[in-house]
Design a protein around this ligand. Structure first.
Ligand SMILES: C[S@@+](CC[C@H](N)C(=O)[O-])C[C@H]1O[C@@H](n2cnc3c(N)ncnc32)[C@H](O)[C@@H]1O
Length: 444
């Protein structure tokens, strides 16, 4: 990541570099009289030399540096002066992931004059061209997050007192580097991740509320430090499970138990390591003999903290981590939102069907009313017809009775003697009638 120097930094650096070039000349030229309080001990070759009270600050060293380029934000230099104060005289072993032009590797031995090893690692093969006069500066070329490179680094030193991650600044690399190299930090050592502002950018696998950004990871380490208060039968590594899954890495319980502190500054996270017994809350230190407000306090002296059981606490780590929950909920919300949209479209279609169905029902109801009226009229007609039929039937019955009676009378008459006697007369009369018709036809 390119860092721009402020105009003040540039002016200071220029003025300082004009005053002295510690690389160009021997120790005699780098006396306190030459550059403020920079002592003669500040030389790349210096080894096991005392660091006096006037030891140069990292700012001083950067300001006078004129060798290989290094790129560090000024606030880091102030923070390092405070954080590294106890290491200045020590035979420090320092690992820096991300070397680039190699300037910081040149400066560290001047800052830690008694240092034993300043090891840089860079994935950029161009860095293999970097040459250092100082024998304690070494380089490993390759991806720091591979087993092969880790082996090469550990072959130089099994442990380091200071590890600085100034590599790719992507969340995956930062989390993996911490998992891989924190176990190689010595007790009392410091692990520093630089340029964490990148964790707020998607371009570096982050975002302000990205639950799996490098910043979220380091924040989560605060929970790891407070593991004893969780009130849950869970491992420290459980709090990092989602990071392990996402970044395909493993966190050892012993290593996590050795995290003593996690400190945040602008863009920096500083994690210190100590033996696990030094990382607990400890015993209650209750002193004094007069306890007017709360007598109980006296009996608590020497006791340790006991966490409340949080197994039923929905906000505690029960079966899932917050990151998992956020991820699952977000996926759920997205899929539910898609389903709601789908259902809204379906509802609109159903509403339209309902509207046309209602119109159809209204038409059918009107039709039904019309039909009912017709049926009722038909019923009335049928009733009239039925009455008429009944009347006609009665008339028919009566007529039939009369016919039958007439037939009986006729039959009785035919059967009578007078009818039989007058039969020739009726035949004669028929003949006469036919004759008369013919005669009439002749005269017509
Ligand atoms: C910001 S620069 C380092 C600056 C340097 N520390 C300094 O103070 O001047 C980042 C460097 O990290 C290197 N880098 C990126 N990913 C890496 C990885 N996975 N392993 C090792 N180095 C890596 C890049 O090649 C680049 O040179």
């Amino acid at each position: 990541m390119k860092k721009d120097l402020s105009p003040k930094d540039m002016r200071d650096a220029e003025a300082a570099s004009q005053a002295v070039d510690p690389d160009a000349v021997g120790p005699e030229a780098v006396g306190p009289e030459a550059v403020g309080d920079i002592p003669a001990t500040v030389r790349t070759e210096a080894h096991a030399m005392p660091v006096n009270a006037h030891a140069p600050s990292l700012h001083d060293l950067y300001n006078v540096h004129s060798g290989k380029v290094s790129d560090k934000w000024s606030s880091y230099l102030d923070a390092y002066d405070r954080v590294f104060v106890d290491y200045r005289k020590k035979p420090v072993r320092l690992l820096e992931i991300g070397v680039q032009n190699g300037g910081s590797l040149e400066i560290w031995p001047r800052y830690f004059p008694n240092s034993e090893l300043i090891l840089g690692c860079d994935i950029d093969t161009a860095c293999s061209g970097l040459v250092f006069d100082d024998q304690k500066i070494a380089l490993v070329i390759g991806d720091a997050n591979t087993d092969e490179v880790e082996r090469k680094i550990v072959a130089k030193s099994a442990t380091f007192d200071i590890i600085i991650d100034d590599g790719s600044h992507t969340s995956s690399d930062i989390v993996r580097s911490f998992a891989r190299y924190f176990p190689h930090l010595s007790d009392g050592g410091v692990f520093i991740a630089e340029d964490l502002h990148c964790s707020y950018w998607q371009e570096f696998e982050g975002g302000l509320y990205d639950p799996l950004s490098s910043m979220s990871f380091f924040k989560r380490l605060l929970d790891v430090v407070n593991h004893e208060h969780w009130g849950l039968p869970r491992f420290r590594a459980d709090a990092l499970a989602t990071f392990s899954d996402r970044y395909k890495t493993v966190f050892g319980e012993a290593s996590l138990a050795s995290i003593h502190s996690v400190e945040f500054l602008n863009s920096l996270c500083i994690v210190t390591k100590r033996p696990s017994p030094e990382n607990v809350l400890g015993t209650r230190n209750v002193q004094g003999r007069i306890a007017l407000a709360e007598r109980e306090m006296i009996s608590l002296a020497g006791t340790t903290s006991k966490a409340f059981d949080q197994a039923a606490n929905p906000w505690s780590l029960v079966s899932t981590t917050m990151e998992e929950e956020i991820g699952t909920n977000r996926a759920l919300v997205t899929s539910r939102a898609a389903r709601i949209e789908e259902l809204t479209r379906e509802v609109a279609v159903i509403r339209e069907q309902l509207r046309s169905g209602r119109a159809q029902i209204a038409r059918m109801e009107a039709d039904l009313v019309e039909r009912a009226e017709e049926i009722s009229a038909a019923h009335a007609t049928a009733s009239v017809l039925q009455t008429e039929i009944a009347r006609a039937q009665a008339v028919t019955t009566e007529l039939q009775a009369r016919i039958e009676q007439s037939e009986r009378v006729v039959q009785e008459f035919k059967d009578s003697t007078s009818w039989r006697i007058t039969s020739p007369l009726r035949a004669l009369s028929a003949i006469v009638t036919r004759l008369l018709r013919r005669i009439a036809a002749v005269f017509r």
